[in-house]
Design a binder for this molecule. Structure first.
Ligand SMILES: Nc1ncnc2c1ncn2[C@@H]1O[C@H](COP(=O)(O)OP(=O)(O)OP(=O)(O)O)[C@@H](O)[C@H]1O
Length: 259
């Protein structure tokens, strides 16, 4: 399957050479205490693409993100990022390598200002860079500029999610892990968030996303991984799944053509 067609603002279109693998899960097991959730999971994520993780409740989708981001330690297998093993590294170490995580739900400090919430994402940067990166983030989300001193709680749900994404982007991450960005958002606001993720991927950021709003997410994703019981049972171009008349069966967790 050829990679997604890209077009420049001047209308020039091209089809990039197939992106290389950036992240590899090799036979990874992980879980919580005695509870094994990821069960010898193997998967790859390609550079500059949006990879969407779908599957039934409890399949382990969020656990994949948490394990990659060092919040859950793998008990077996290897996790490779740019061909180097990163399994079991701390979130701080992974942030330094260019991996950012936007967890599910609301992750702002509601009583702090928009500016303060944003600046918290810059604390690991050298002081000299902080103001520049915050200004860069604000330029991408012009709606925040005039509300920079307002409490974060005064932003709408969609704006709060955008602020979380802006905060994650301060470190100019190579990989953005994002868990259910559309939860609690209206369809129109969700569409804006999805468009933002697409534009980030088009600019080269690799996105690994968990999203229950499968149909909308498939429309902006490049690849989809279907998880069942802690394993990947289907790895498909997103477009192929969108066109599949059996998509609803996939929603229910029964993979089309999977063993
Ligand atoms: N901190 C935890 N301690 C114990 N069990 C957990 C913990 N977090 C998740 N689990 C369990 O691990 C399993 C997988 O959870 P996970 O959140 O990865 O699934 P998911 O596929 O993202 O599900 P959903 O679509 O419902 O969000 C679930 O049975 C869940 O109850």
């Amino acid at each position: 399957m050829a990679a997604r067609r890209r077009c420049s603002p001047t209308g020039r279109c091209w089809r990039p050479i197939l992106a290389p693998d950036l992240i590899r899960f090799e036979d990874v097991s992980a879980g919580y205490g005695a509870l094994t959730i990821l069960d010898h999971l193997s998967a790859t994520v390609r550079a500059g693409e949006i990879t969407l993780l779908i599957g039934p409740n409890g399949a382990g989708k969020s656990t994949v993100l948490k394990t990659f981001f060092g919040l859950v330690k793998p008990s077996a297998g290897r996790i490779l990022f740019q061909d180097e093993e990163v399994g079991g590294l701390s979130p701080a170490a992974l942030l330094r390598r260019g991996i950012a995580f936007v967890p599910q739900g609301r992750n702002l400090f509601p009583s702090l200002s928009v500016a303060h919430n944003l600046e918290l994402g810059a604390v690991t940067l050298p002081r000299a860079l902080r103001a520049e990166r915050c200004a860069e983030a604000l330029a991408r989300f012009p709606g925040f500029a005039e509300r920079i001193r307002n409490q974060a709680s005064t932003l709408s749900g969609g704006e709060q999610k955008q602020l979380e994404i802006a905060r994650a982007l301060l470190l100019r991450p190579e990989v953005l892990l994002i868990d259910e960005p559309s939860i609690g958002l209206s369809p129109i606001v969700s569409r804006d968030v999805f468009r933002l993720l697409r534009s980030l991927a088009d600019a080269g950021t690799t996105v690994l996303m968990v999203e229950q709003n499968v149909r909308s997410a498939l429309a902006i994703a490049d690849r989809v991984l279907l998880l069942e019981g802690g394993r990947v049972v289907l790895d498909s171009p997103a477009a192929a799944l969108l066109d599949d008349p059996d998509l609803n069966r996939v929603f229910l967790g029964r993979a089309v053509g999977a063993g």
